[in-house]
Design a protein around this ligand. Sequence first.
Ligand code: R5P
Length: 325
Amino acid sequence: MNQEKFLFFSLNPDFSLAKDTAKKLGMDLSPIKTTSFADGEIFCQPSVSVRNKKVFIFQTLCKPVNENLMQLLISIDAFKRAAVKEINVIIPYFAYARQDRKTTGRTPISAKLVSDLITTAGANRLLTVELHSDQIQGFFDIPIDHLVTIYHITEYIKKNIDIKDLIIVAPDFGATKKARKLSTLLNLPLAIIDKKRDEPNKAECIHIFGNVNNKNCLIIDDIIDTGGTIISACKLLKNSGANNIYVCATHGLFNGPAIERFKEAYENSIIQHIYVTDTVEVAKNEFISTISISSLFADILEIYLKNEGSISNLYAKYIKNIENL
Ligand code: R5P
């Protein structure tokens, strides 16, 4: 690929998804200096000239979320003031997306605020993956490509799990669309769980629509955060006669007690395995595997770089590949 006109940066130079994507495109990640002053203020400076270049900035908004967001905003400002031609921001995991509406009186819509901050800083285009709700796309007035991971997840599942006697499970109504898509692609039945959440990070799964008795279950969600949703779903599934339970999700955040909870569930044979994509870096362990979406990013970025091609056609090609497995 032509490194003359395009430059790739990752604010976290160790972020595997950024490194793997650049490698697949035959590009190098260009250096950028990011430091903090004694009082915590952040400073960013690309270490190479960026004048008149189209730049791509990778930054996933996992923990520490606010630090990573501020680093992104400040770097966008640095690029803008260095007279770049175009700033393409790549945010594999977009934090604050769960605060996308007023759920009760006097609450913020933080997803809108974060969208405004990114646009005001100077981003020209956004590439992101599975926002918690699709409507957040409308919070941006710049072009946005909103990628889905379902084809990569489906391909991985088809190659690595015995799908006999398997039922796909949505752990809440919000996950139904994704679960239905997976069940259609794999030609498997679907069950849906009714979940309630009376306060943040406290999920309770109360009822299953569908019969999971004597079935192996594959739960699919967009985010695993503290693991409360998945653990509660597993308990309900086991009490309803489920056999083996597998879990997959796009964004594996694993915050707070998540790893401890999943370790216990794995050791007690409640969960067989967890699969997450690499939108967020996950520490290696025996019960979590990563499904890389670097080929998806490379395919999409190739469209950007060549300025031709269609994401819909790309997805159609992925579906054909899955059918031929
Ligand atoms: C909620 O609606 C999301 O789709 C996830 O189910 C949720 O964010 C997971 O959070 P936790 O792992 O803390 O239950």
